[in-house]
Design a protein around this ligand. Structure first.
Ligand SMILES: Nc1ncnc2c1ncn2[C@@H]1O[C@H](COP(=O)(O)OP(=O)(O)O)[C@@H](O)[C@H]1O
Ligand SMILES: [Mg+2]
Length: 499
């Protein structure tokens, strides 16, 4: 075995009231990809922030290439050859791709930045890396995936020896992920030490040589050869209990058509689509990124303006068209980008969960309301395994995945709901909480609610849906009952090009 290039030695970190990391030790080798696994809040991002010089550890040390390192800032880490691509991307939106990549290192001639030269260098390296990005584009005009690519290119061009990725694929399409994987593999072949965090097990198996599992701020185990470890073993170690089937599908009686969509179209969704959902039915919407699922749901909910069509609930057309009409009718949409749309950063977990229930609960004393809200918040904190010292913690202090859970809880807790639409409900969410989210979905359906789950995870769609609707190019391309739904059938509906 070669000497480890990177060593974490008894690393600890506390935040007020939270032990984010306690005594974590493991090593990573040059020319390998080392996966970090663990539930939301297990301490993975904190470890990378220590590696990247953003946080100082309270105890323990970091050894890089045989030298003990103490970073006072992110710049120190970069100087030591470490690049961390954080979960929350860090770029300057108003600057161009070239400026972001070469930030602080722009070539100068006689003290003046040589823009042409900078652009040439960046364009050349981007081509080399096979990344299709315009060096002159401002980051603000790029997609999230493209912005992330910029950060990765920046790390590569800084010639970092250690590159760490914190959930890089959570906002990437399949194709974009492929580009990322290719880059990671090339970096490995060039002898870099790579650290890779993800919740997607397939991806981890495909990419990682070695992996370390975290739970509650502690290292549970390091597997020197990830390929030899069973999926169930990984899940058990992450969750701390056996989870045999994370979907745990519960069949149920479905009733009559309850929600009916007739010839619905809009500006971003010009094709007129029809579908219906029965009382108590869970319908999975599958399609490639860009197939138009989110757009169709936004039309249904009234978030985007309709060009044609109507929505019927229990045989009655939903009057009006905006989201408030939908909400009044009992239609609830939990959006894909929950963080951007839904978070009250300064408010507590409890307030973030209860905000929409308050609308329904104007009667009753303040004391009673407080008690009810506290009970609801605690129930969701427990069920979704939201990692927090208590319900009064400000949501902004939670890890990314736990913030997602809080916002999701808000929608799952909505009383009087008849239709629940969840757009990518488990994106960025760990295995244990996924299992609990599925159970809540089954419960909601058992109450007679129509549930629509938009998901890009094929196993998830197959695992929880009573029926699968597939979209392609803005149009519903087919539907399959649970009994007839399988990977091949769904993918062919999602992929087949209309001639
Ligand atoms: N700045 C902070 N203040 C308070 N608590 C924090 C802060 N950053 C992280 N934490 C807490 O530390 C724990 C670990 O978080 P994190 O490392 O982000 O987890 P992961 O990346 O594994 O999901 C969580 O309980 C989180 O709420
Ligand atoms: Mg994290």
């Amino acid at each position: 075995m070669t000497l480890a290039y990177l060593q974490f030695d008894q690393v600890s970190k506390n935040f007020a009231g939270v032990r984010a990391l306690s005594g974590v030790s493991f090593e990573a080798h040059a020319g390998t990809v080392h996966g970090l696994l663990g539930e939301n809040g297990a301490g993975k991002s904190t470890l990378l922030k220590i590696l990247g010089g953003q946080y100082r550890p309270d105890g323990g040390r970091l050894v890089v290439g045989g030298k003990v390192c103490q970073f006072g800032s992110a710049a120190d880490a970069i100087a030591a050859g470490i690049a961390v691509i954080h979960q929350e991307l860090q770029y300057v939106p108003e600057l161009t791709v070239t400026e972001n990549i070469l930030m602080g290192r722009l070539p100068t001639r006689l003290g003046i930045v040589n823009k042409k030269e900078a652009r040439r260098i960046v364009a050349e390296r981007l081509t080399e890396m096979g990344v299709d990005l315009d060096p002159d584009a401002r980051l603000i005009d790029l997609s999230i995936a493209q912005r992330q690519m910029v950060e990765i290119c920046k790390a590569v061009m800084q010639n970092a020896q250690i590159i760490a990725f914190d959930e890089p694929t959570s906002s990437l399409s399949h194709l974009e992920s492929e580009v990322l994987f290719r880059l990671v593999r090339e970096l490995r072949a060039n002898g870099k030490t790579l650290i890779y965090i993800s919740h997607r097990l397939e991806e981890l198996y495909a990419l990682c040589d070695t992996c370390t599992i975290f739970r509650d701020g502690k290292k549970i185990v390091t597997h020197p050869v990830m390929a030899q470890v069973q999926r169930d073993t990984l899940i058990r170690d992450m969750v701390g209990r056996d989870v045999t089937d994370i979907y745990d599908y519960r069949p149920r009686e479905v009733g009559e058509d309850r929600l009916k969509i007739v010839a619905l179209s809009g500006k971003d969704s010009p094709e007129a689509n029809n579908f219906s959902v029965k009382r108590g039915e869970i319908v999975g919407f599958f399609g490639l990124v860009g197939a138009g699922r989110t757009e169709l749901m936004r039309l249904l909910y009234g978030a985007d303006q309709r060009l044609s069509g109507k929505v019927e609930l229990d045989g009655v057309a939903v009057a009006g068209s905006g989201p408030s009409a939908a909400i009044d009718a009992g239609i609830v949409l939990c959006p894909e980008d929950r963080k951007e749309q839904g978070i009250l950063a300064q408010a507590s977990i409890s307030e973030n969960i209860n905000i929409s229930c308050r609308r329904h609960d104007l009667l009753g004393g303040l004391f009673l309301r407080h008690k009810k809200e506290a009970a609801l918040a605690d129930a969701f904190i427990q069920r979704l395994r939201i990692k927090t010292p208590n319900r009064d913690q400000e949501i902004r202090l939670l890890s990314g995945g736990n913030q997602q859970k809080v916002i999701l809880a808000r929608w799952l807790a909505e009383p009087g709901m008849k239709v629940l639409i969840l757009d990518e409900p488990t994106r960025g969410i760990d295995v244990g909480a996924k299992n609990e989210i599925y159970r809540i979905i089954y419960e909601v359906a058992e109450r007679g609610c129509c549930v629509i789950v938009v998901s890009s995870e094929l196993p998830e769609v197959l695992g929880i849906s009573d029926r699968v609707v597939v979209m392609r190019d803005g149009k519903i391309s087919g539907q399959l009952d649970r009994a007839n739904a399988n990977e091949t059938a769904i993918l062919s509906l999602a992929l087949d090009k209309a001639a």
